[in-house]
Design a binder for this molecule. Structure first.
Ligand code: G3P
Ligand code: CA
Length: 375
């Protein structure tokens, strides 16, 4: 057992004895409000403008999903394929970059960040990716690097999210936390652009590769988290996906949303559902600090959005000494069960004991937390 694994085991034992909260940093708000792709319900996702708005609206953390450029710079994009999230297809000078790559076993046609230098990426404009959301800002904002996101988190902005944390040296000078996600680590490794070393290098350069830094690293794959566990003491979160839900509100599985892609490559046949078992939680505890399941693992809804079950996953995660953060809360994609509106959904999860929520509308998550805490 590595020293770090031993420390994790001891912390879990302490938590199980009721002597300490699971793995939570006592200085942090709880439940955490995590600005999912910034405040992506309002502004094009993964732009400094979206992150800035999230901070103003009360986010404790801002979430950059990370992919790599051709010259190895980490930028904030949800996918390595930047066709939908940028105006690249409107740039005739890049027409010949359109190609097909295999992403987690799926042939994907489009323009890929890994075929562009950062300087070329900076000529593109970000776009709204979800139907029904405002498109008036399309093309106006640039794609930021991870370093630029950190600079914003350090600088802060006037708003709910920044003023509570100003000046705390222990936070590495950040006024809000950052919650980077390694996107498609196996894909990037095969391209010769692995994400992990680049991410740790940026964190180290900013004094953020520390146990108590306001940083969580998340991933749907497992092997890269295990690797990161040997590279940095920063807190790690295992994401848990599924394809859809069934009539009973249980998650369903189909490629590429059936298991971590590194498991597919390695021949491991467990599904993502394994992570929600006690054996899976114990396994996560050997290399990570938290679990980040799709919210249907906690409140199971059928495809129509009716609540079919409430699980004990939050309590069992805590019993294993793990934090639990869940996603994604959207005012404009609310399950029909919440007739009282989005606040009702947050309150349901807050009362169940969730440690953090990823929200496209962090202001709503913040307001619900004020209500939850009481007058
Ligand atoms: O990282 C939590 C949540 O963001 C996972 O989903 O697809 O939005 O990255 P995705
Ligand atoms: Ca994400």
């Amino acid at each position: 057992m590595t020293t770090r694994a031993l420390i994790r085991t001891l912390l879990a034992a302490v938590a199980l004895m009721g002597l300490a909260a699971p793995a939570a940093d006592a200085k942090e708000s709880s439940p955490l409000v995590i600005g999912h792709r910034g405040a992506s319900g309002y502004l094009p996702e993964h732009t400094l403008e979206s992150y800035r708005l999230a901070i103003k609206l009360g986010a404790d953390y801002i979430e950059p999903d990370l992919v790599a450029t051709k010259d190895g710079v980490l930028i904030a994009r949800h996918e390595p394929d930047i066709t939908l999230s940028t105006d690249v297809k409107d740039h005739p000078e890049f027409a010949d970059r359109k190609t097909t790559k295999m992403v987690d076993g799926v042939p994907t046609e489009g323009w890929f960040a890994s075929d562009f230098t950062l300087a070329e990426i900076k000529t593109l404009g970000a776009k709204q990716t979800r139907a029904g959301r405002p498109t008036e800002f399309d093309g106006q904002f640039k794609v930021p690097t991870l370093q630029e996101v950190i600079d914003l988190a350090r600088r802060g902005v006037r708003g709910r999210g920044a003023k509570r944390r100003s000046g705390k040296a222990s936070r590495g000078g950040l006024k809000v936390g950052i919650y980077p996600e390694t996107k498609h680590p196996t894909f990037h490794e095969r391209l010769g652009l692995p994400l992990e070393g680049r991410l740790v290098t940026v964190l180290e350069r900013n004094g953020l590769s520390r146990r108590n830094a306001p940083v969580f690293i998340q991933s749907f794959e497992q092997a890269n988290l295990k690797q990161l566990n040997t590279m940095t003491p920063v807190r790690l979160v295992q994401l848990v996906d599924a394809n859809d839900t069934d009539a009973n509100g249980d998650p369903t599985y189909a490629p590429p949303f059936d298991r971590p892609y590194d498991w597919t490559v390695a021949g491991r046949t467990d599904l993502f559902s394994y992570f929600a078992t006690d054996a899976g939680l114990a396994e996560i505890k050997t290399y990570a600090d938290g679990i980040g399941p799709w919210k249907v693992y906690i409140v199971g809804t059928d495809p129509a959005g009716n609540i079919k079950k409430v699980t004990d996953l939050i309590d069992r995660a805590h019993a294993h000494g793990l934090l639990i953060h869940t996603w994604t809360f959207r005012d404009d994609a609310l399950p029909v069960a919440y007739v009282g509106g989005p606040i009702e959904e947050y309150l349901r999860f807050y009362r169940l004991g969730i440690d953090g929520v990823f929200s496209d509308f962090p202001g709503t998550a913040w307001t619900a937390r004020e209500i939850f805490r009481g007058p």
